[in-house]
Ligand binder design. Structure first.
Ligand code: AHR
Length: 495
């Protein structure tokens, strides 16, 4: 029996709903075809936004979406994507496949998507190849309510009211595709850009997000926070999980048992990275000025599916991806005192996607179902949890804990999410509640063989299954048998 303790008396605060954010880039079929369809595509849509995709995204209550990149953001000139479509400039997407970008999906179309979804937006500004004036103008275009050149232009393009966009990124991967800058240089750029990122409405202040490090590059975080920390609200970092290394990312399907554990072992490094970045950031905070930590790109990155454009980053998504999502979301929940947002990469048809599409067909991935199971954590009161279970495997590079967990409480119910990393063993758990008393408990899991996935031919191989949970007579604990390789969520009704 594995023991889990949920402590109702100890908390790290509120789990920011934005931890469940998504990332969409002009990359492959994420925006075009995934979200937005052109007239000739003949796929049911409302103002170009796919109806089937919109319904699926609403069901997981996506809180915030980052756009337009990624690397694309630092080549994007937002004025190319406004005004009459036939007059919009055509550019080459030099980062992703060298395809022609007709700019038919621009600011207004993205805001229409966000309106239909009811989510917040996070716009990544162009620092690498853009100007301070451009980013300053974009903010004025989106947020100025009165009379001004940019507000007037917005009205000419059909939008009277400002959108009051809160989240603004100051470039993306400034150390790489965003300009190959040194941390010191980027810190100065951040100070300059931040100066001209104005608030147009004191009731809707903007939130400035500095481009962060490549995984565990702590010097980047330290330098940017030290030199520009007083001019930003948050700093990010990116961490993708590959099976071996960047030259040997591994396959999304058809992997071995070793590769299953190796990938999970690698993704667990996220925990240390979150703690180290958080500890650095804390040194540059004051009582009056907090700096949030955002992981605005994370997830699996495998070799592309055979026969697909290598620049489109299209990969299948298995139970292994679901386990990896559950592990990371538990880590983020358990660090909700510093992690204010995360954006998994990417929402549709790219990397670790929620949704895959092919023409008018759509499938929901195992990762999608994890977001469905975890959604009750959004804006809930975090509860400390402890796991007493064994470590799987002897080889160092394959070692993983059997279980990971996080818990929260909202509206008289506790949510306990547990990941069983074992590839082939069920795990009995005894969940002890301290400072809490339950009157009922029910559970649901995403589970299967580690390599199971949903395809267009077989879209329902992976879904949600019920799992029995037995409540003790005193309401102080419950037991359950977690299926092998599963991500489970228990909803506990509190007395
Ligand atoms: O998500 C794909 C790419 O990964 C993004 O464009 C970039 O920021 C990162 O390197």
């Amino acid at each position: 029996m594995n023991n889990i303790i949920i402590n109702g008396n100890v908390s790290k605060g509120t789990i920011n709903k934005n931890i469940y954010g998504q990332f969409t880039e002009h990359l492959g079929r994420c925006v075009y075809e995934g979200i937005y369809v052109k007239d000739e595509d003949n796929i049911p849509n409302v103002n170009g936004i796919r109806k089937d995709v919109m319904k699926a995204l609403k069901d997981i209550e996506v809180p915030v979406v980052r756009w337009p990149g990624g690397c694309f953001a630092d080549t994007y000139h937002w004025k190319d994507g406004i005004g009459p479509k036939e007059q919009r400039k055509t550019i080459v997407n030099t980062n992703w496949g060298g395809v022609t970008e007709d700019n038919s999906f621009g600011t207004h179309e993205f805001m229409e998507f966000a309106k239909q979804l009811g989510c917040d937006v996070y716009l990544s500004g162009n620092v690498g190849s853009g100007t301070v004036q451009e980013l300053s103008d974009w903010i004025e275009y989106c947020n100025m309510g009165g009379i001004s050149p940019m507000a007037n232009l917005r009205r000419e393009n059909g939008q009277d009211e400002p959108w009051n966009v809160k989240y603004w990124g100051i470039g993306n991967e400034a150390w790489g595709c965003g300009g190959n800058m040194r941390a010191e240089y980027y810190a100065d750029e951040t100070r300059k850009f931040s100066t001209y990122m104005r608030n147009y409405d004191n009731e809707h202040p903007i939130y400035k997000i500095a481009s962060g490090s490549n995984g565990p590059d702590y010097n980047w975080t330290k330098t940017v926070c030290e030199k520009a920390g007083n001019m930003i609200d948050a700093i990010t970092f990116h961490h993708y999980t590959v099976t071996y290394d960047w030259e040997h990312k591994g396959k999304a399907t058809g992997f071995t048992s070793d590769e299953y554990y190796r990938l999970l072992h690698n993704t667990l490094k996220m925990n240390q990275m979150v703690e180290n970045h958080s500890n650095i950031i804390k040194q540059y905070e004051t009582d009056k000025h907090k700096i949030g930590l955002i992981i605005d790109e994370w997830g699996t990155w495998f070799e592309v599916e055979d026969g697909t454009n290598p620049g489109f980053l299209y990969q299948q998504n298995t139970i292994r991806d679901a386990i990896l999502a559950g592990i990371n979301l538990n880590i983020f929940n358990n660090h909700c005192d510093t992690v204010v947002m995360t954006n998994i990469a990417q929402m549709i048809n790219v990397l670790q996607a929620m949704i895959l599409t092919e023409g008018e067909k759509m499938v929901l991935t195992p990762t999608y179902y994890v977001y469905y199971l975890f959604k009750k954590h959004m804006d809930a009161h975090h509860l400390e949890s402890y796991v007493d279970s064994d470590i799987l495997n002897d080889a160092e590079e394959l070692k993983v804990p059997r279980l990971t967990v996080s818990a929260s409480e909202k509206d008289g119910k506790a949510t306990v999410t547990v990941v069983n990393l074992s590839e082939n063993e069920e795990s009995d758990v005894n969940v002890m509640l301290t400072g809490l008393k339950a009157t009922a408990v029910c559970g649901q899991c995403v589970t299967g063989n580690t390599g199971d996935f949903n395809s267009f031919e077989n879209p329902d191989v992976v879904g949600l299954t019920k799992v029995d949970a037995v409540l003790s007579t005193d309401g102080m604990s419950f037991t359950a048998k977690l299926p092998k390789s599963s991500v489970c969520s228990f909803e506990v009704t509190l007395a």
